[in-house]
Structures are given as structure tokens and as C-alpha cells.
Design a protein around this ligand. Structure first.
Ligand code: FES
Length: 87
């Protein structure tokens, strides 16, 4: 599990194993556009302000992945205990 913190509200949610950050955020009423839910389309891309995503998409280039300033919440997770998102 890891936590996602929403920078604009300061709210924090836990993303348990077996659930995606996208599912958790939608459930919390956060409006994130999405489509494929499998890391292919890039629709759900969300800016990451702090923390290091564990990228599991096939959308970003290696350079984009290495920058760690955005991730796909439909399938990617976190290497750090917390990700701070620009939401
Ligand atoms: Fe398609 Fe996340 S919904 S990459």
C-alpha cells in the first residue's frame, strides 16, 4: 500500500494492494479523466509533485518515466510511501 496526498486540499488517501490509485481517487470524488485503465492511452496522466512513482504504463518514454513528475494512476504505483499529486 502507499498513500496519495492531494496537494490542493491536503487530503490523503491510502491505495491498498489490489486497487489502483485511480479507483481510490474516483471513489473519493476526485475527477480524473480516464479511458483504458491499463497504462496505454495516457488519458489519466497526473502530475506528481513529490515522491517517486513505480511506473507500470506503456505510454511514457523512458525519459519521461525517469523524470518522475507525472504518472498514470490507473496502473502505476509508488516506490515511496507517499506520492504528492497536483490534484
Ligand atoms: Fe489509459 Fe490511464 S486510463 S493510461
Amino acid at each position: 500500500a502507499f498513500e496519495v496526498q492531494l496537494a490542493r486540499s491536503g487530503r490523503t488517501c491510502t491505495v491498498p494492494a489490489g486497487r489502483s490509485a485511480l479507483q481510490v481517487l474516483l471513489e473519493q470524488g476526485v475527477d480524473i479523466p480516464f479511458s483504458c485503465e491499463s497504462g496505454v492511452c495516457g488519458t489519466c496522466i497526473t502530475r506528481v509533485l513529490d515522491g517517486e512513482p513505480a511506473h507500470r504504463d506503456s505510454f511514457f518514454t523512458d525519459a519521461e518515466r525517469a523524470a518522475n513528475d507525472q504518472f498514470t494512476p490507473c496502473c502505476s504505483r509508488s516506490r515511496t510511501a507517499r506520492l504528492v499529486l497536483d490534484l
